[in-house]
Structures are given as structure tokens and as C-alpha cells.
Design a protein around this ligand. Structure first.
Ligand SMILES: Cc1cc2nc3c(=O)[nH]c(=O)nc-3n(C[C@H](O)[C@H](O)[C@H](O)COP(=O)(O)OP(=O)(O)OC[C@H]3O[C@@H](n4cnc5c(N)ncnc54)[C@H](O)[C@@H]3O)c2cc1C
Length: 584
């Protein structure tokens, strides 16, 4: 074989990160190996994909601070210059044009996702352009339906193309979030015009034709996607938010095509809390030392550590020390013992799954309180400090708990704990929390059925809970499919799973993968030439479904392996000719 054929299935941010690493290693290799790289991607903006679609409306914001976004891998970074810019550098170079389009929001720490999408699209083009002469990289704008063994490699069947003529030696699956799953809202029939099974792209899914002006809309889920849906159905239809005489509180003024109300419903009613403003803790003395100490303790946990005995105390200590650091400069020092007891009790409840549910007014006051604390207008409390502890210790938790860092028996408790902490640590940015509260104040977001609401009906729907029942005109599913592959029916992973080429890791939902992304098959051995990255591997790896490239070297290790293979096969192919030449 003289040319290594590589297929990357899905050219969203993760597929792009793999390409970037492949280009890097192929460019720095002394071998004369050749590469043909096909990136299968049906979305019109490779690099950005549907989540960071550059055409998204501006009110769909980033959920992590965008200053960490960088299309080039930090440890091997070429200088941060115009030809290879990080998001920060690109944004400052593009400022006049993006501000013209997106206004001040473009400057925000949590800018519109479309702005980040522009950057990712730009970076993708740069990466393809910078491929060495030995590599031909091209986008194949088609959805992959199946990946099947073909000779010693893999054949790819794509929508509108049929089966690839030649096999690929290496296939990397980077398909991101699944589109179908077994727990999707079953009552929501695709044929009913008033039922919306997915929120994105909002321009299509939540159009006036799908969700009529004046409609009462039931929304399953009360997390970030619910907020995006609420904004699409209000601000996206001409409504507007106005500053009030209060830090970070807004007033909503209805637009002409607004819905009547939006009724979220969930099992527990527990809300996501507002993330703090990014610079809130920047100047607090000692805060980075507290984080470093906590991370060190987590990385040093013994092999047989116990979540309750070993991990929880690190979270509690970090939370309490952070509160102490934040409040020590003020006039009203807080009493730390009750905070410690609150934090400890809350974590134990999260671990056991025994946290109490929350109803209407409490929900509003919890979000409002987190917003005030996050903007520096109120003293921190235990819950807020635990959110901070989880965010700041997360890289160490990813290192220590991901992979085989926890037994299958302990895993379900960790998932319960992580789900609750995610809610208080990785909630909406302050601007979106403020908008949500303004929509509640305006009577549009109605929390009557938030806790325990149940949808009843097939063609016509009613939302029922202990608070009574409400007839609704439209239903929106704002719960995303879970990480991993269990219970998913999306091609091409479902067929690979059925064929035993991939398997979930024991006791987890994510694909069983090695450190370089190689998929482990049903026989317990790595399946040659097949790897995966991102959401399908999530919770076998953890913290991998993010734009941040700081926590996982998976793309790097995959590219290293592929280039090493190309080098090896190139030198094997070259050897007989050299021998022949000597004989001649
Ligand atoms: C609504 C939403 C908001 C988010 N906001 C943030 C945020 O602010 N910050 C953050 O860090 N993370 C955020 N995330 C997490 C997000 O998943 C990651 O940041 C990132 O998008 C993961 O990249 P990916 O390439 O793995 O997946 P994706 O971005 O989903 O990209 C997968 C790509 O694969 C393509 N694809 C899918 N199936 C096929 C197929 N069969 N054949 C060919 N191509 C296929 C898709 O078209 C897509 O382009 C958000 C997620 C969602 C759902």
C-alpha cells in the first residue's frame, strides 16, 4: 500500500481537531508516506457543524467562556498568529465586521455560538489549506449511513453516494450528538405539525409554522436547550429585553408573534444555576492556590478510592476555602461550619439520589440567588461554592475518574453526583439566566408543571402535575440524547454495535475506546482501523464533549498512531524495491 486512506466521519469540532493533528504529524514526519483523507460531513459549515452553525441567531450563546477555544492543539501550538489564530486572536482581528453583525454580544465572554462558528469554519479552511503535499484532504458533503468491513479495511456507504469504491485503512467516527434515542418523547409524533422533536436549528424547528403565535407550548426539560427554545420563541420573534435598575435583572417586552406561554416540565424540577461572570474570582487572593491544592489531592487519590470517603471531602474543602477567600476581604465574614455542613449534606444527597425536588417560587429564587452571587451582588452560599469547586477541579476529575478510574459498581453513583453538580456548575451564562427570569416575570415561562409534569395525549396534548392540568397547543422536546451509544439507534454506530465491531465499556454508556480512540470490539480486542472521539465515547472518557481541547489528548494520540502506521507501511512497501535495486 503506498497511500493510506483515512475517513473522518463527521467534521464538527472534534473531526476538525483530528484533522488538525493529522496534518501536524504528517507535516513533521520524515517518511514519504502519502495520505488521502476524506471528511464526510453533510452540514454546510465543516468545522462548525450544526451546533456552532454560523447562521444561528445571535441570542444562542456559548455555554463556556469562549477564550479557551482554539482550533490548534495548545501543547504543540505554532505561534498564535493570523494564519493560525486562536479564537481570541481571530475575534480581535475580525472585530469590526462581527460587531457590525452581532453588536456588543460579539465581545462577550459567552458570545453568540454563530461567532464561534465563523471562527471554526475559518480554522477548518486554514487546516485543510495547510495539509502537506503528501496529503490530499477533501470534504465529502454526504451523511454516512454505514461502515462495513471491506477487504482489510472499511467501506463507507453514504447517502446519495452508495458504497465507497475503495476501502479506507483508517476510519474515525466523530459524529457528535445522536439524533435518535429510545427515550425521546414518545408522544411527540413527527407527523404532527405542533410537535417538535428537536430544538435545532431553531429557525426551522421553532418557526411560526411549527409553533404558532399565541400557542401554549409544553417543553420537556429545563436545561440549556430549554432556554434556547424559550429565546427562539420570544426574542427570536421580535420580543426584546430591557435593562432594569438592578444589576443583571431585565424586563421582557413581548413581540407581535410571541407564544402565549412556555411550560417546562421535568422529573425533579431542580433548575440549572447561573454561571458566574468569568472575572468574578480573577482577583481573589489565594483562589488559584485553593484550586491547585484540590486538583493535586484528586490526582493523588489511591487506586481503590471511595467517592464518599475520598472525593467528597476534597469538594467540600475546596468549596469552603473558596468561600473563605471570597468573603475574607469583605466586612461580613461568613460562618464556615454551617456552610461545610450544608455542602457535605448536599453532596451526600446527590450521591445517593435523595436530593429533594424543587417547586415554582423556590426555582425562581434559586436561579435569582445564583445570578446575584455570580455577579458579585450577594455573598456566596454552599451550593454556589460547590459549583465553583466542581468547575475548577474538573480537569483533575476528568484525569482521575475517566477511563478505568472508577469501578463499574461505583459508576452509577458518580453519574448521579456529576449530573447534579453539572446543574449547579455548568448552567447558563448570567445573560441567559437574567433573560429566563425576565420571561418568568413576564408570565411567559410558566413553572406550574415544572416538577413532575406529565404529557398526556396523542394528537392533542395536556400537561398534568400535582398542580392541575393545562391544555397545550404544541410540544417541544428539549432533552438531548444521552452521551455514549446505549439506547441510541443512529447510523452508523448502531450497525457497528450490532456487528460487534464496537461495544460499550462495561457498566458505562460510552464506547469502549483505548487512549488513542481505537474502538474495542465485542471480542475485547481493538478493532483494526476503527476509532471514535467525542460524544459517542463520553462517560467512558469524561469531559470530552466540549470545545475545550485542554483535557484530552485523544485526537493527538489517534493522529500519532495513524502517521506511525503510514510510515511503517511505507517502509515495508519500499523495502522489496530497494532489495531489487541492490540485486540489479
Ligand atoms: C445545543 C448545544 C450547545 C452546546 N454548547 C456548548 C458550548 O457552549 N461549549 C462547549 O464546549 N460545548 C458545547 N456543547 C457541546 C458540544 O457537543 C461540543 O462543544 C462540540 O460540538 C462537540 O463536537 P463534535 O464534533 O464531537 O460534535 P458535533 O458538534 O455534534 O459535530 C458532529 C458532526 O458530525 C456530523 N455527522 C453526524 N452524523 C454524521 C454521519 N452519519 N455522517 C457524516 N457526518 C455526520 C454532523 O453534521 C456534525 O457536523 C453544546 C452542545 C449542544 C448540543
Amino acid at each position: 500500500m503506498s497511500t493510506l486512506r483515512v475517513a473522518i466521519v463527521g467534521a464538527g469540532p472534534k473531526g476538525m481537531s483530528a484533522l488538525e493533528r493529522l496534518v501536524h504529524h504528517a507535516s513533521h514526519s520524515t517518511s514519504r508516506a502519502m495520505y488521502e483523507v476524506d471528511l464526510y460531513e453533510p452540514h454546510r459549515s465543516p468545522g462548525a457543524g450544526p451546533i456552532y452553525d454560523p447562521r444561528h441567531p445571535a441570542y444562542l450563546r456559548m455555554n463556556i467562556a469562549a477564550d479557551i477555544v482554539d482550533a490548534w492543539w495548545t501543547p504543540a501550538r505554532v505561534p498564535d498568529v493570523a494564519s493560525h489564530p486562536s479564537f481570541g486572536t481571530w475575534r480581535s482581528l475580525q472585530l469590526p465586521s462581527i460587531m457590525k453583525e452581532f453588536g456588543d454580544a460579539a465581545l462577550d465572554a459567552f458570545p453568540p455560538r454563530a461567532v464561534v462558528g465563523r471562527y471554526l469554519e475559518h480554522a477548518f479552511a486554514k487546516i485543510v489549506e495547510s495539509a502537506p503535499e503528501s496529503m490530499r484532504a477533501r470534504v465529502v458533503p454526504h451523511r454516512v449511513l454505514d461502515i462495513e468491513p471491506m477487504g482489510a479495511g472499511w467501506g463507507i456507504r453514504a447517502d446519495g453516494l452508495g458504497m465507497s469504491g475503495k476501502p479506507y485503512d483508517e476510519v474515525l467516527i466523530a459524529t457528535g450528538h445522536a439524533s435518535e434515542w429510545s427515550d425521546a418523547l414518545t408522544q411527540v409524533s413527527r407527523s404532527s405539525p405542533s410537535s417538535v422533536t428537536t430544538v435545532f436549528p431553531v429557525q426551522e424547528q421553532l418557526s411560526r409554522e411549527r409553533v404558532a403565535p399565541g400557542a401554549a407550548v409544553a417543553v420537556r426539560g429545563f436545561a440549556l436547550t430549554c432556554i434556547d427554545a424559550a429565546l427562539a420563541l420570544t426574542q427570536g420573534r421580535g420580543g426584546s429585553f430591557h435593562a432594569l435598575d438592578h444589576p443583571w435583572r431585565l424586563r421582557y417586552e413581548r413581540g407581535p408573534d410571541d407564544i402565549l406561554c412556555l411550560l417546562p416540565f421535568t422529573r425533579s424540577g431542580r433548575p440549572m444555576l447561573s454561571k458566574p461572570l468569568p472575572d468574578l474570582l480573577a482577583n481573589v487572593d489565594g483562589i488559584s492556590e485553593i484550586t491547585a491544592r484540590g486538583q493535586e489531592r484528586i490526582r493523588a487519590l489511591a487506586a481503590s478510592y471511595d467517592l464518599r470517603v475520598d472525593l467528597l471531602p476534597v469538594l467540600v474543602d475546596t468549596a469552603v476555602a473558596s468561600i473563605q477567600a471570597v468573603t475574607s476581604a469583605g466586612d461580613n465574614p461568613v460562618s464556615l461550619d454551617p456552610l461545610r455542613a450544608d455542602a457535605d449534606e448536599w453532596l451526600r444527597g446527590a450521591l445517593d439520589g435523595s436530593l429533594s425536588s424543587v417547586d415554582g417560587d423556590d426555582v425562581v429564587s434559586q436561579i435569582a440567588k445564583s445570578l446575584e452571587i455570580g455577579c458579585g451582588a450577594a455573598a456566596p452560599h454552599a451550593l454556589w461554592a460547590l459549583g465553583h469547586a466542581w468547575r475548577s477541579l474538573y480537569p483533575a476529575i476528568v484525569d482521575r475518574v475517566g477511563g478505568n478510574g472508577l469501578t463499574a459498581v461505583a459508576w452509577p453513583a458518580f453519574v448521579r453526583l456529576a449530573t447534579e453538580l453539572e446543574r449547579i456548575a455548568f448552567g447558563p451564562p448570567a445573560v441567559n439566566a437574567a433573560k429566563l427570569l425576565a420571561l418568568v416575570d413576564a408570565g411567559i415561562v410558566d413553572l406550574t408543571h415544572l416538577h413532575g409534569g406529565r404529557l398526556v395525549g396523542v394528537e392533542e396534548f395536556e400537561l398534568r402535575s400535582a398542580a392541575g392540568s393545562t391544555r397545550v397547543d404544541a410540544v417541544v422536546d428539549a432533552v438531548l440524547p444521552p452521551p455514549g451509544i446505549v439506547g441510541l439507534s443512529t447510523a452508523p454506530l448502531a450497525t457497528l454495535l450490532a456487528a460487534g465491531a464496537v461495544r460499550p465499556r462495561h457498566g458505562r454508556r460510552g464506547l469502549d475506546v483505548l487512549d488513542d480512540g481505537s474502538c474495542v470490539g465485542a471480542n475485547g480486542v481493538a478493532t483494526p482501523g476503527l476509532a471514535a472521539i467525542g460524544r459517542p465515547t463520553e462517560d467512558s472518557t469524561i469531559g470530552n464533549d466540549t470545545l475545550s481541547r485542554r483535557m484530552h489528548p485523544l485526537a493527538e494520540l489517534w493522529a500519532e498512531r495513524v502517521v506511525a502506521r503510514a510510515r511503517r507501511e511505507r517502509s515495508c512497501a519500499a523495502r522489496p524495491r530497494a532489495d531489487l535495486a541492490r540485486q540489479g
